[in-house]
Design a protein around this ligand. Sequence first.
Ligand code: GLN
Length: 447
Amino acid sequence: QALAEIREKDGEIHAFLTVDEEGALRKAEEIQKKIDAGELTGPLAGVPIAVKDNICTKGLRTTCASRILENFVPTYQAEAADRLEKAGMVIIGKTNMDEFAMGSTTETSAFGPTQNPAAPGHVPGGSSGGSCAAVASGMVPLALGSDTGGSIRQPSSFCGVTGMKPTYGTVSRYGLIAYGSSLDQIGPVAGNVADCAALLDVIAAYDEKDSTSMKRDRYGFSDALKKDVKGMKIGIPKEYFGDGLAKDVKDRILEAAELLKNAGAQVEECHLGLIDYAIPTYYVIACAEASSNLERFDGVKYGYRAADYEDLDDMYKKSRSEGFGPEVKRRIMLGSFVLSSGYYDAYYLKALRVKALIKEAFDRVFSEYDMILAPAAPDTAPRMGSSLEDPLKMYLSDIYTVSVNLCGLPGITIPVGKDRNGLPVGMQLIGNRCEEAKLLQAAYTCE
Ligand code: GLN
């Protein structure tokens, strides 16, 4: 059924870069046999899923939406993808994204943009735009995305689906092609909160192959849905609801806040502070890490190599010049600059210090509140093509999402209605570290 949906709809939407028809059907048959024999009993056994194309899938092309990895077929499987298969899920294909997850619209993909199924002519958001569009259009019930600075939460908001960025260290990054290693986290994209929790239950686990993986006391996220929000304290940072937030987005979110109040939560304004520093701090750190992580794509070990070159240096230069797109190059240059001697203290070290202050600001709020209620983006999905000429404007639109990654916190986006033009509006709930269960509880109340 999922394959039929993809055949019918994906010509227009372009959520997928690769569809594994043969492999998916073969696996579905194997899984059906195991289900019939009682060997697979988990709630997601037999469920088809789409996987973002920066998550390595053994034997299945993984491109990061970049020319430089256009023909890269991994010889190993990401831990998160492996856990899907162990739970009996069927990986049906790989989804479109901004090149190397750098962007907020899925338009920096080397293979063309994805359409927003909930808002034709508008971008799906990014960088996990393909995963969110695949779920929003009903091609698959579930998808995996990755979130370095909002890439699950912002496109979920633009497409009207539910997406979660777990606490850093909750889902293994083994086999996730790194963008900003201290910020990256894989997470679920789903059509509702219960599905989101069920998928998180499958992928969250300690993994010794990821040195930043965390051993948690409790998993079992689906159990959280049985609880209510009575007595919870929810803070609305006034800095997040000032100028720069579209009126319809603000109105829809505050209406959803009423639902939480009616369900017994205490919802009130709070003070967060330092929000003007989030974007510069994030972009210094993310680009610095990216410039280092992307050094490995040199035409020798993986993917694309230029056809003509004079010597080794020339081969590196040409392969990288031809293989990377403009946004990726911009960030490699920015990152190399802030890490270079003479500028390291002024930019990179300073950004690390500011990051610590931002973390303290969140800690202060969490000493009083169970969670923070926030927008996911300043406005609904922009029109296709309107963001590309002005990268700085695009960076600024990440204002509500990047701090969560800087501080390693969990965040969930759920749909809370539409704006006056019929475009989906999302609301973000941000929790303290390891408090996904509370977020799911509150999100479930708003559904
Ligand atoms: N839009 C942000 C960026 O371009 C976040 C991307 C992400 O989370 N992968 O860096």
